[in-house]
Design a protein around this ligand. Structure first.
Ligand SMILES: Nc1ncnc2c1ncn2[C@@H]1O[C@H](COP(=O)(O)OP(=O)(O)O)[C@@H](O)[C@H]1O
Ligand SMILES: [Mg+2]
Length: 352
């Protein structure tokens, strides 16, 4: 059971046999009927998230490439799915592909397909993901992991909708809406020359930045209610609820894993906590990250806990941005490598 995955299906890499859109008939006026239902999957009323939700129908109508950015678990895939089902492509396949899950040397073949005899074991021709998504939408997740040759071919496809299946002298055409997602800063990859600048600009025609949960803390109670209702529905009713202090604690936690982490926490606590009323101490989030003072906590202790929580959030994010490269991270944080190393050790964040 997964509380969060209310939407049908998840990543189908490396080889999906078909998309999710299936044979849904086109009902004429796609915009009118579908919008509210698709957007209803997306829980959140905070300004940062409402801004995202408002853009979705517009992007879906426009169908330019969209680059979804945001930390892991912020809802990039969910929003990509919403974009597809809000668009006139809703009756055609939506294929989410995790680029990182496909070995580099196989990527082009997976994406573009191959001709019979194009490599030793190619007994038959095989169509690629682009062909399978015909008429629909392809989500290229973790796009930053694409090799430079694959980037060149994708760029070509974005330019004129044509591509060459491996071993084929003739170009093929496909009508596919390309969405890309990443949780790194692609512009840094462009600076490092591991990502083509021209492809970056081509993919990021329409950027869509998903806010991390800590920037939409106001949505936590709503999300908790949504997740609890779902849990009750799946398990056939429940009497457990979160105390106001527990809700405050959830609202103050840093959520490095964003909505995915929140989903796990709620699922665990609803399944495992002994009593009916869930208190902050019952929550499976690291103790000391609770900035809600327990009754009787001294100012000194509360402050130390808040600082520790801040340090952990800061470090986690810093290391993530710099791919765990401590030297780079120290430079960006304008501190000594040694100082940073000590903090990382203190919080047990090394070699994640
Ligand atoms: N606004 C939201 N409302 C409800 N569930 C959400 C929302 N955003 C994300 N989720 C859920 O959180 C989980 C992580 O979302 P996902 O789209 O996979 O994130 P990402 O692709 O950014 O890692 C999924 O199970 C998704 O259904
Ligand atoms: Mg994802």
């Amino acid at each position: 059971m997964n509380l969060l995955d209310s939407a049908p299906g998840t990543a189908v890499a490396p080889r999906p046999s078909h998309g999710e859109g299936g044979e849904v008939a086109d009902t004429g006026d796609p915009d009118a009927a579908r919008s509210p239902a698709e957007l209803a999957h997306l829980v959140g009323e905070s300004p940062a998230f409402v801004a995202v939700k408002q853009k979705l129908p517009l992007l879906a109508r426009y169908e330019a490439p969209v680059l979804l950015t945001g930390e892991s678990g912020t809802g990039k895939e969910l929003c990509a799915r919403a974009l597809h089902y809000l668009s006139r492509r809703a009756g055609k396949p939506f294929l989410p592909v995790n680029c990182a899950a496909i070995p580099l040397e196989l990527f082009e073949r997976e994406l573009f397909g191959h001709e019979k005899g194009s490599f030793t074991s190619a007994w038959t021709a095989q169509s690629g993901l682009i062909a399978e998504a015909e008429g629909g939408t392809l989500l290229l997740d973790e796009i930053e992991t694409l090799s430079l040759p694959a980037q060149a071919k994708l760029l070509r496809f974005l330019d004129d909708s044509t591509y060459y299946p491996l071993g084929s002298p003739r170009p093929s055409r496909a009508d596919v809406w390309i969405l890309a997602a990443t949780n790194v800063d692609l512009r840094l990859k462009v600076q490092e020359r591991s990502f083509r600048a021209d492809l970056y600009y081509r993919l990021a025609v329409m950027p869509l930045a998903l806010p991390p949960l800590r920037e939409r803390r106001g949505d936590v109670p709503l999300l908790v209610a949504h997740l609890s209702a779902r849990h009750a529905h799946l398990t056939g009713g429940q009497s457990k609820r979160l105390s106001p202090r527990a809700l405050v604690a959830l609202g103050q936690y840093a959520w490095p894993g964003n909505l995915r982490e929140l989903g796990n926490v709620i699922q665990q606590v609803l399944a495992l906590s002994p009593g009916d009323l869930i208190e902050p101490e019952d929550l499976p989030i690291p103790s000391g990250t609770l900035a809600v003072p327990r009754p009787g906590t001294s100012l000194k202790q509360a402050r130390a806990e808040a600082v520790a929580q801040f340090e952990r959030t800061y470090l986690t994010e810093l290391l993530r941005q710099h791919g765990d490269n401590v030297t780079q991270a120290a430079r960006a944080a304008r501190t000594e490598r040694r100082t940073l190393g000590r903090l990382i050790k203190k919080h047990g964040l090394s070699k994640r």
